[in-house]
Ligand binder design. Structure first.
Ligand SMILES: Nc1ncnc2c1ncn2[C@@H]1O[C@H](COP(=O)(O)OP(=O)(O)OP(=O)(O)O)[C@@H](O)[C@H]1O
Length: 294
């Protein structure tokens, strides 16, 4: 399997964040990793290191295995072949060092769980033993809700919130444990431009100040283009990984999809044209902006 870049040096944006950590110690290390369900190989031979403070965007058509990759990193799905370490150990579910923003699922309208309850669960839901002091917990929950612009509906049941409002609460929950790795599955979905900026700003600040590594699944690279160190692009069982300028090119994506794909840059934005249903066994929209469906 050809890859654009196997292990990159830390790009300028991440050097500060990675300074205190051993730059030789990836927080995620996949070696010759394969994931298949029956005859359907989602990706094979994946070789990838993610460093502290790095921002990795994961792109690819529907069904290419982006969410499944996050599930593998979370220890919820076993690899079919190859190996993985997360923070130097085999992955295990429930680690408080990993924050996870799942793909959008709407809360049932009758749920009584409030926004602040969900964030509190992120804070002490994994812990055994006595709960944190009430006042400390409340202050931290308020800080997290405030950071995502969700204070005004902190006490509203989740089922009464819009999709975008729920999404912001999920981001606050994922950040609650000060994670060393943040896994995000299309966190900008349903968010207007202003709240997209709030969330991307928050993630950027988190990686800058704490060296948190970010794996960010998205159909739209443009809202995070300024943050992305490397792109992992999955398609047809294969992949490419490298800086956006190397991966998001007509020649690289044409090779990956096995058919002609045009990548054009318009006023600093990346537009991918022609990546339609290219043998993943799944449908994929025809004209994409930033590598995904519209
Ligand atoms: N546990 C499972 N058993 C069998 N097939 C599965 C399982 N989990 C995922 N799949 C299949 O693997 C494929 C990849 O799914 P995945 O959700 O990882 O894709 P994706 O790239 O995130 O797609 P999308 O862009 O639509 O969110 C899909 O066809 C899915 O049905």
């Amino acid at each position: 399997m050809k890859r654009t870049e196997a292990v990159s040096p830390l790009p300028p944006a991440t050097r500060d964040a990675g300074r205190s950590a051993d730059p030789g110690a990836p927080v995620i290390a996949l070696r010759d990793a394969t994931l298949a369900f029956g005859d359907c190989v989602l990706w094979r031979g994946l070789h990838l290191d993610v460093r502290p403070g790095e921002f990795l965007a994961v792109l690819g058509p529907n069904g290419s295995g982006k969410t499944s990759l996050l599930r593998v990193l979370l220890g919820r799905q076993h690899l079919t072949g190859g190996s993985l370490t997360v923070l130097g150990r085999p992955p295990r579910s429930g680690s408080r060092h990993i924050g996870y923003v799942p793909q959008q699922t709407f809360q049932p309208t009758h749920t009584l769980l409030r926004a602040r309850d969900l964030v509190r669960l992120g804070l002490d839901g994994h812990r055994w033993g006595p709960p944190f002091a009430r006042r400390t917990t409340r202050r931290r929950v308020d800080e997290l809700l405030d950071a995502v612009g969700a204070m005004s509906y902190a006490d509203v049941p989740l089922g009464r919130l819009s999709g975008g409002e729920q999404q912001r609460v999920r981001v606050a929950q994922a950040l609650a444990t000060d994670p060393r790795i943040l896994l995000c599955d299309e966190p900008l979905l349903s968010l207007d431009l202003q709240h997209q900026r709030t969330i991307t700003g928050l993630v950027a600040e988190r990686r800058r100040s704490a060296g948190t590594a970010v794996v960010f699944v998205t159909h739209e690279i443009n809202p995070v283009l300024g943050l992305v160190d490397r792109v992992l692009y999955l398609a047809r069982g294969g992949y490419r990984v490298g800086p956006p300028d190397e991966v998001m090119t007509s020649s690289t994506l044409t090779e990956l999809y096995g058919t002609h794909v045009d990548v054009v840059r318009v006023r600093g934005r990346i537009v991918v044209v022609g990546a339609s249903d290219q043998g993943t066994g799944h449908t994929h929209d025809d004209v994409t902006e930033g590598g995904g469906k519209q």
